[in-house]
Design a binder for this molecule. Sequence first.
Ligand SMILES: Nc1ncnc2c1ncn2[C@@H]1O[C@H](COP(=O)(O)OP(=O)(O)OP(=O)(O)O)[C@@H](O)[C@H]1O
Ligand SMILES: [Mg+2]
Length: 291
Amino acid sequence: MEVSLNQLTKRYGSKTALDQVTLKWEEGVQGLLGPNGAGKTTLMRLLATLLTPSAGSAEIGGVPLTEKGRIREMIGYLPQDFSFYPGMTVGEAMDYLALLSGVKGKAERKRRIDTLLEEVNLAAHRRTKVRALSGGMKRRLGIAQAMIHEPRLLIVDEPTAGLDPEERIRFRQLLARFAEGRVVLLSTHVVEDVESSCRQVTVLQNGRMPFTGEIPELAEQARGRVWLAEMDKGEWARANSRYPIVSAVATVSAMKVRLLADERPFSDAEPAEPTMEDGYLCLVGKGGSGR
Ligand SMILES: Nc1ncnc2c1ncn2[C@@H]1O[C@H](COP(=O)(O)OP(=O)(O)OP(=O)(O)O)[C@@H](O)[C@H]1O
Ligand SMILES: [Mg+2]
């Protein structure tokens, strides 16, 4: 199973939301990382055949996007802003969505729904009305819904937003299990979500793709540009306006700062080993050299 994009482009009027993106994704959880407005949702909606490309093409398991009917059978999609049937119970909503997804036979639907509700930890809420679920529970129901027809490509748009830390971990594990033999495309702007669960990461920025590759390679983008320095409040104010700051921790007497700079920014700054977050910020961060 492979997903390949070839010069995939989407324009909304004069705005180019996705600009000639070419890449290949293989089996496993694939991270799609980018700031607000980068084009993540646009790319996902193109793959879900909810939008038509302005130029370029894509194939999912060898099937071109233009064959909408076949593509729709192969994909599951959890939209960023999804809504459910609030008046139904969890069990009824799942059964209805399974029917819509073409899962035939009552017994088969029941078997899949039982397994999935168990997996997403909602089995005890089968008779709860959807409107009475918490935000995190609704997300979990959303993911169960997107998996019901066992799609070969599962597209989940910022699924971890609004989940508590325990649920986030559980959720990542669920995606990792599901990704065996399939592609799971996960968008987020939380670097940690990608770091802990993805095989490969693709960065989008302003519709372009400055990076696609394995996580250690993303960290390498920042090699030689990450510095640690201790400074007083005055120096800190100057540094903050001149350099992209990765992190800053105040101690009693000074600030401990991790920042990005092409050359040693202060005589007492020490070079640091780059992390994936440093690499990401080098590519998309304010003041990044854009290389
Ligand atoms: N229907 C539309 N009409 C016009 N412009 C749009 C439309 N949808 C998205 N855009 C623009 O396209 C760009 C990419 O939007 P998109 O929603 O794909 O970004 P995103 O990476 O998903 O952002 P976020 O992290 O905020 O969800 C943005 O500049 C957005 O304003
Ligand atoms: Mg989005």
